[in-house]
Design a protein around this ligand. Structure first.
Ligand code: NAP
Ligand code: ZN
Length: 349
């Protein structure tokens, strides 16, 4: 089936309208009319070929919410009209040890990303949520139970939400823990909301003085402007866990110095250029760790969506039309996002 989409034909080309092909639902497939799609910094990295290996045409988008239009004969979990979500993955091998544990993001043969991964479908690589519809295996479709009027603000949970929820859970963030969130953009603002909802003492780190009050409103107990040395120094050696969402290369030592003995700095940002090598002595002398984390598995994504529905958590968004995506990318590159752009996919018609 032909569907309207927005994407780029090359790294140096703008985002433009295009028609793409979606497969008719197979036995286990769910065909979804997309209502909204969030704009992740990974979309920008991919479209502009900041990471190696972008395939064109590139249709990004992995924060998808919409309604089920049709289901294959073997689908039992979903029916026509259901409100559903799709995140960063649309397939995995389903038989390696990580898949068996519900950690499809660490699939040993590599999961299929919602965009830019090999697929038998035309044009040979997956095309994402900047489109009016998508067809996805039911194992990778999520149930949405938030109220209908919140759907646009639910979309960012599918990547920004799970990418911050998963490490916060893995490192046991909760009451009695002091937790830092670095970079108050799409991921970071969700990290602040989620760590606060989990009961931790949350400190937001931002390079933008203008986000100080917002970070408090999002749920931070304290805000540190990370360019201010004295403000940073006041927190030396005090954190159990710091989640770093920054999308650009920067000095990590400024943050490892803030960890307690045995504390962990977890990186989720994937900058185009590497970070400067961290100071190893700062790790060794306090048994500190630098770690990484990749999105989250399907079961944990459902758990996160249900947790957010129960606690009334959604993203803070700016809604845009499809022809405003390039302008949104420009603002994202200047850290000027409050705090996630979401495309109204109805504007693609
Ligand atoms: P975003 O909305 O652009 O937010 C990034 C934030 O980082 C900015 O708002 C800014 O916050 C801060 N920042 C930007 N440039 C900086 C610099 N030069 N120095 C210090 N801070 C800077 O991006 P996002 O969508 O949250 O994504 C963040 C990163 O995570 C991207 O690299 C993305 O590809 C990656 N990602 C990873 C995963 C995963 O599974 N690990 C999943 C999704 C995304 P302040 O203004 O507060 O400083
Ligand atoms: Zn993303």
């Amino acid at each position: 089936m032909l569907t309207k989409a927005y994407g780029a034909h090359a790294a140096d080309q703008p985002i433009v309208a295009m028609d793409i092909e979606r497969r008719e639902p197979g036995p286990h497939d769910v065909a979804i009319d997309i209502a909204f799609c969030g704009v992740c910094h990974s979309d920008l990295h991919t479209v502009r070929s900041e990471w190696a290996g972008t395939l064109y045409p590139c249709v990004p988008g992995h924060e998808i919410v919409g309604r089920v239009r049709a289901v294959g004969p073997d689908v039992t979990k979903f029916k026509v009209g259901d409100t559903v979500g799709v995140g960063c993955m649309v397939d995995s091998c389903q038989h390696c040890a990580p898949c068996a544990e519900g950690l499809e993001q660490y699939c040993e043969t590599g999961f299929a990303g919602t965009y830019n991964s090999p697929t038998p479908d035309a044009p040979g690589h997956t095309l994402g949520g900047y489109a009016q519809s998508i067809t996805v295996d039911d194992k990778f479709v999520l149930k949405i139970s938030h109220p209908q009027d919140q759907l646009a603000a639910v979309a960012p949970l599918l990547c920004a939400g799970i990418t911050t929820y998963s490490p916060l859970r893995h490192w046991n963030v909760g009451p009695g823990k002091k937790v830092g969130i670095v970079g108050i953009g799409g991921l970071g603002h969700m990290g602040v909301k989620l760590a606060h909802a989990m009961g931790a003492h949350v400190v937001a780190f931002t390079t933008s003085e203008s986000k100080r009050q917002d970070a408090l409103d999002l749920g931070a107990d304290e805000v540190v402007v990370s360019r201010n040395r004295d403000e940073m120094k006041a927190h030396t050696g005090s954190f159990d866990f710091i989640l770093n969402t920054v999308a650009a290369s920067h000095n990590l030592d400024a943050f490892t110095a803030l960890l307690k003995r045995d504390g962990t700095l977890c990186l989720v940002g994937v900058p185009e250029h590497p970070h400067p090598t961290p100071n190893i002595a700062a790790l060794i002398f306090k048994r500190r760790a630098i770690a990484g984390s990749l999105i989250g598995g399907i079961a944990e994504t459902q758990e996160m969506l249900d947790f957010c529905a129960e606690k009334g958590i959604v993203a803070d968004i700016e809604m845009i039309a499809a022809d405003e995506i390039d302008a949104a990318y420009e603002r994202m590159q200047k850290s000027d996002v409050k705090y996630r752009f979401v495309i109204d996919n109805a504007t693609m018609g």
